[in-house]
Design a protein around this ligand. Structure first.
Ligand code: PMP
Length: 793
């Protein structure tokens, strides 16, 4: 027996006053005379009151409660009113119901044979097994948490003038127990209890006082919780109701269920998660859970030892429970608070890291990266590139910030994958929650994949109505390539010079950017120049330059035909990133589409970089060009960092592939991916990030154009939304690329705490693509750093 029925009265007088002593015959008489229940009476355990189980002839069962005469009638009234309130607001919650007298009174005063007067009440009897301490099943522990939260919710709107009465088991009064610790004979245990009570008073209570408070049950213990298998079927005994911090309610069940649990932290986490699912706990509340549990545990020990001293006749009965809490208390000293806190947060699907980065902190001593670099070289190969001369050892991301191992924060204006910001809490929370619920594959029915496909296609033009889910941009393009070949029966590909579409074998052939100098492209691939109006062969000053570039498509089709190929697909980004952040001029894509389709090919918009609002004015890059692609591929920002990607196409195109072969991707479109995808869409919408990309992007471009007036090195500033290219040239007439200068600037900006990148065939274009939570102040910070770097060069 782990749980010791403990005194729970507020005033000691209740404990010291003799309990009522009615016989069963007298109890049965009270039931009949005063409550109209013809029943037999059977005594139930109670230390301070007297309770009888009544069995009526019609099979109904009741509890007759005769209160200790020193109990304040106002407190008894509070308990009765609370039961009535809960029954009204959450009728499904299994708690005892109040039986009134035939006159409608909530209680009846009865006279004892000893001349004292007693308050008698009748409640319904709740059948069920008592909750067992021994390692409860996780589902049961969770339901205990859920039930605790439901009771708290039901009591939320309840108040009673007696609510702030004195109660021995009031956690907020725990420090008072220091006057009792001399009853703890073992010096070590006594010190532990005192230490916890001191800590509680100094560190916990001040925080606790700031938390939401209300009337709580305050005694959801094993003896007061009825269960059936893994479910809680009822809660009884409202004798410890008190106005207290809401979170205190959870300390009792946690304490009682971890005392014998083989994995106490996991059990505590289950209870907390169950609670959190009904009533979301905030960071401050979660942060106190273990302190409250250890304080409650110390209370068990202090009160238990005192009771043993006062009631040696009950020694064995009381002592067994106290001993278990004493052991738990000693064990808890060893637990690492951070780990427990992280465990609770994880169980509640809350982001683990919540500390706000200290943005004011500057680089401390540079970390010695050599050992780490060496290990990386050894195992990932020396060729695997790292950004910046002084690589960043990043340990955390938050919003637009990347934080390195020395604690320094870098403004991230480069990473376009965390579209809604690094580690966006809503996305992380949704991801964790789904990962803790279900993750499987698309061969099962589940809602999220359908909903996600519906949401994605709703953002696309009519006709682009079916989705295929994979895990990376490369895979999405690979699938697009297969779709195009299957649908057209052709095998040729047309891509932009310097395009990059991915890393698979087929897509490598369609990614000239990856072909080292002189390495020929495959025979089935033809390239066209990016419509670069700044340094390309047709320039912006020619009003026809878009058409001239489009004409190159005819040449590419002819060149394929000459090699006995016809185009299956034209792959294009809607901002040509690896060509140096080139925005296609108006009319170019429209004309290109016509030519490709005339040549028998499909048009594949690679939105891996440009999609999801980055370009500001439109959700998809292609929408700015009045074209409807045949296939759209999505990746990078789609999951804000979770590996996922998609292909959106027309049903007839999908059908062509499926006729040839089955399509299945084991992890593509899994429930976690789809939940993340849906949440990213929600956050983009809720935080209006596309709109932000438009106006912050315009502001940033204008600021950089301002710098161009000061620094002739800036040859061109271009882009859309928060996808910006700054082309550096040594001479504005010869356009000699300033590649070394670009590298120097990017590295200097890194040292100044701002991260940007480089792209383009001449490696002279600064690439700026921050998470879309980038705001005006971030734009100013970037411009300042760029200004300084340019000035120094
Ligand atoms: N298309 C474009 C335009 C890209 O920029 C990239 C990645 N840089 C890819 C496709 C390939 O995506 P992933 O790396 O996810 O395979």
């Amino acid at each position: 027996m782990a749980s010791t029925p403990q005194p729970r009265a507020g005033s000691e007088s209740v404990l010291e006053t003799k309990a009522p002593a009615f016989s069963t015959a007298e109890a049965a008489a009270v039931a009949q005379r005063d409550f109209g229940i013809q029943a037999s009476a059977h005594p139930l355990d109670s230390e301070r009151d007297q309770n009888f189980r009544l069995r009526a002839g019609d099979g109904s069962e009741w509890v007759l409660k005769i209160a200790n005469p020193s109990e304040d009638p106002a407190i008894l009234d509070m308990q009765t009113q609370a039961l009535l309130h809960i029954a009204r607001v959450d009728p499904e919650l299994a708690i005892p119901r109040v039986k009134t007298t035939p006159d409608g009174a909530l209680f009846h005063q009865i006279d004892g044979s000893d001349g004292r007067r007693f308050i008698a009440r009748v409640l319904t009897f709740l059948p069920g097994q008592l909750l067992d301490h021994a390692s409860p099943h996780p589902a049961l522990a969770r339901d205990v948490g859920t039930t605790t939260a439901r009771l708290g919710r039901a009591l939320r709107g309840f108040f009673h003038p007696a609510a702030r009465h004195e109660l021995l088991w009031d956690l907020t009064q725990a420090p008072e127990l220091r006057t009792r610790t001399h009853h703890i004979g073992e010096p070590g245990l006594r010190r532990s209890v005192e230490k916890i009570l001191d800590h509680f008073e100094a560190k916990v209570l001040p925080k606790l006082r700031k938390l939401r408070a209300q009337i709580i049950h305050n005694d959801i213990s094993c003896l007061n919780t009825l269960v059936d298998g893994d479910r809680v079927t009822g809660v009884i005994d409202f004798g410890d109701l008190i106005h207290a911090p809401l979170i205190a309610d959870i300390a009792v069940p946690i304490c009682e269920l971890i005392v014998q649990s083989t994995d106490p932290i996991a059990t505590a986490a289950e209870i907390t998660a169950g609670y959190h699912a009904v009533t979301a706990l905030d960071d401050d509340e979660l942060g106190l859970v273990f302190d409250l549990v250890s304080t409650r545990c110390a209370m068990y020990v202090a009160i238990g030892k005192w009771r043993v001293a006062d009631h040696p006749e009950n020694r064995d009965y009381i002592i067994s429970g106290v001993q278990e809490y004493a052991t738990l208390l000693e064990e808890m000293q060893e637990w690492e608070n951070d780990r427990m806190y992280a465990g609770l947060r994880r169980a509640c699907a809350m982001p683990i890291s919540i500390a706000v980065p200290d943005f004011t902190r500057q680089a401390s001593d540079e970390e010695n990266l050599q050992p780490m670099l060496e290990r990386r070289r050894q195992r990932l190969g020396p060729e695997l590139e790292l950004s910046y001369d002084r690589p960043l050892h990043v340990v955390r991301g938050e919003g637009v910030w990347l934080i390195d191992a020395t604690g320094r924060s870098f403004l991230d204006a480069y990473n376009n994958v965390p579209q809604v910001g690094h580690c966006h809490p809503t996305v992380v929370q949704a991801l964790a929650k789904q990962a803790a619920t279900l993750n499987t594959n698309t061969r099962y029915l589940y809602e999220s994949v359908i909903e996600y496909a519906e949401r994605l296609t709703a953002t696309m033009p009519n006709g682009l109505s079916v989705c295929m889910f994979v895990c990376s941009g490369s895979e999405a393009n690979e699938l697009a390539w297969r779709l195009a070949k299957a649908h057209t029966g052709n095998a040729g590909g047309i891509v932009i010079e310097d395009a990059y579409h991915g890393t698979t074998d087929a897509i490598y052939e369609l990614s000239p950017a990856e072909h080292g100098d002189g390495k020929p492209l495959a025979e089935h691939v033809a390239t066209v120049p990016a419509p670069d109006g700044y340094r390309g062969k047709f320039r912006r000053d020619d009003p026809q330059y878009a058409d001239h570039y489009a004409t190159c498509i005819d040449d590419a089709v002819a060149s394929l035909n000459a090699r006995d190929f016809a185009p299956a697909a034209f792959f294009f980004d809607t901002i040509f990133s690896s060509s140096g952040i080139i925005v296609p001029p108006p009319g170019y894509l429209l004309a290109a589409f016509e030519k490709i389709r005339a040549g028998g090919g499909l048009c594949v918009a690679d939105e891996v970089q440009t999609g999801f609002g980055r370009t500001g004015d439109h959700f998809w890059g292609f929408s700015a060009h009045d074209v409807v692609p045949d296939i759209v591929t999505l990746g990078k920002p789609i999951g804000n960092g979770y590996s996922m990607a998609a292909v959106v196409t027309k049903p007839a195109i999908l059908a062509s592939l499926i006729e040839e072969t089955e399509f299945f991707s084991t992890t593509g479109g899994n429930p976690v991916a789809c939940t993340v995808g849906l949440t990213v869409l929600d956050v983009l919408e809720r935080e209006e990030l596309q709109q932000r990309a438009a106006h912050v992007g315009a502001q940033l471009r204008a600021q950089i154009e301002g710098l161009a007036e000061k620094y002739p090195l800036i040859g061109d500033v271009r882009g859309a939304g928060l996808f910006i290219g700054v082309e550096l040239v040594r001479d504005r007439s010869t356009l000699e690329p300033a590649a070394e200068e670009a590298a120097t600037i990017v590295n200097r900006m890194r040292d100044l705490g701002v991260l940007v990148g480089i792209d383009g065939p001449h490696a002279n274009v600064l690439k700026i693509r921050p998470p879309l939570v980038f705001d005006e102040n971030h734009a100013l910070q970037l411009t300042d750093a760029l200004d300084q770097a340019l000035q120094e060069i």
